[in-house]
Design a protein around this ligand. Structure first.
Ligand SMILES: [Zn+2]
Length: 328
């Protein structure tokens, strides 16, 4: 049968006929349902899944809008807009989300990266509410593992007023990252636009400089969590392999920014990549590994809950989100 507007209407009438009575309720509902407010007011932004015996909780810290102009250093704006259009994303600004991971191993909590704290855009700063809604308390965190020293990953460690957010946590950072950002000579030589980043690192880590543990690449830094050198985005930028039993999760950190741009086009360089060529080589190596091993991946800046798989696609790759599951 050819479906036309007429047959749809006829079908609807037929389906409704056996009810015998009025098809639509004639009375108004007892109370109106007002719109609930801005798009940032969703159910709490946490999502749990298992990696072997480890319970992983992705905790979202909101999002920030990034203008597209100048965001990809080695592509024309029109090419970037085309990639946005293919992913059904807005034409002029990229919504970048922030997603930390909490690992629960027999009641011992490890947090990987911390979000923007109270230093980010007004659409960020949701982390603590989401973390608490997930059933956690910051005093329960035993270890905070940092992937690299950009503000959206470290500022959640310390409030603007100086308060340490995780009073009982050991803080672990990449040794190469520490060596770069804590070097005063390098800070003094840095271009004016980059000095703030060095100062931000000192704001967060200065008061605990003696206690911060520095880890190397290819080390098991907490049980089941092994560091992978992923330089380029920053000098000491680190990814991880989380393993438990047969479960594996590749934690990609900022190996890519938004997957719709940089998983699709792994040779594109985001403006945040400090060494674009090194970042590109790292990105190809890790995406290739994830695709060939069919490994589950987590990205800090993928759409929440920021976990899925990587498929090869032409000269690039495709991010395939995990299906949301009501069961952990
Ligand atoms: Zn980042």
């Amino acid at each position: 049968m050819t479906i036309t507007r007429r047959t749809i209407i006829a079908g609807t009438a037929l389906a409704a006929a056996p009810l015998g009575g009025p098809v639509l309720a004639q009375t108004a509902p007892s109370s109106p349902a007002p719109a609930q407010g801005s798009a940032s007011r969703q159910a709490p932004g946490f999502y749990r899944y298992k990696v072997g015996d480890i319970e992983v909780t992705a905790v979202n810290d909101g999002f920030a809008q990034r203008p597209l102009e100048g965001f990809v250093r080695n592509a024309e704006l029109s090419q970037v807009q085309q990639a946005m259009q293919e992913a059904f994303l807005p034409a002029n600004a990229l919504p970048i989300t922030f997603n930390t991971l909490v690992l629960n191993q027999g009641g011992r909590l490890t947090l990987i990266d911390t979000g923007n704290g109270d230093m980010g855009a007004p659409t960020t700063g949701r982390w603590m509410a989401n973390f608490r809604a997930a059933g956690f308390d910051p005093a329960q965190v035993s270890t905070v593992v940092i992937s690299h020293f950009h503000g959206d990953h470290i500022n959640g460690l310390r409030l603007k007023d100086g308060t340490a957010v995780f009073p009982n946590a050991e803080v672990m950072v990449p040794a190469a990252e520490w060596a770069f950002w804590m070097d005063d000579a390098r800070m003094n030589q840095a271009p004016e636009g980059m000095k703030g980043a060095f100062q931000g690192v000192r704001r967060v880590f200065g008061p605990i400089a003696g206690a911060v543990k520095r880890y190397d690449a290819d080390k098991e830094i907490v049980p089941g969590l092994t560091s992978i050198a992923a330089p380029g985005h920053t000098p000491g930028h680190t990814a991880y392999m989380l393993s438990s039993g047969s479960g594996k999760l590749m934690i990609m950190s900022d190996t890519t920014n938004h997957p719709a741009l940089f998983v699709r086009n792994p040779d594109w360089a985001a403006v945040f990549d400090m060494d674009a060529d090194q970042a590109r080589a790292t990105r190809r190596r890790l995406l290739d590994m994830a695709a060939s091993e069919r490994a589950q991946v987590a990205f800090y800046h993928a759409p929440f809950p920021a976990t899925g798989h990587i498929a090869k696609d032409g000269n690039g790759f495709r991010f395939v989100p995990m299906q949301w599951s009501p069961a952990v």
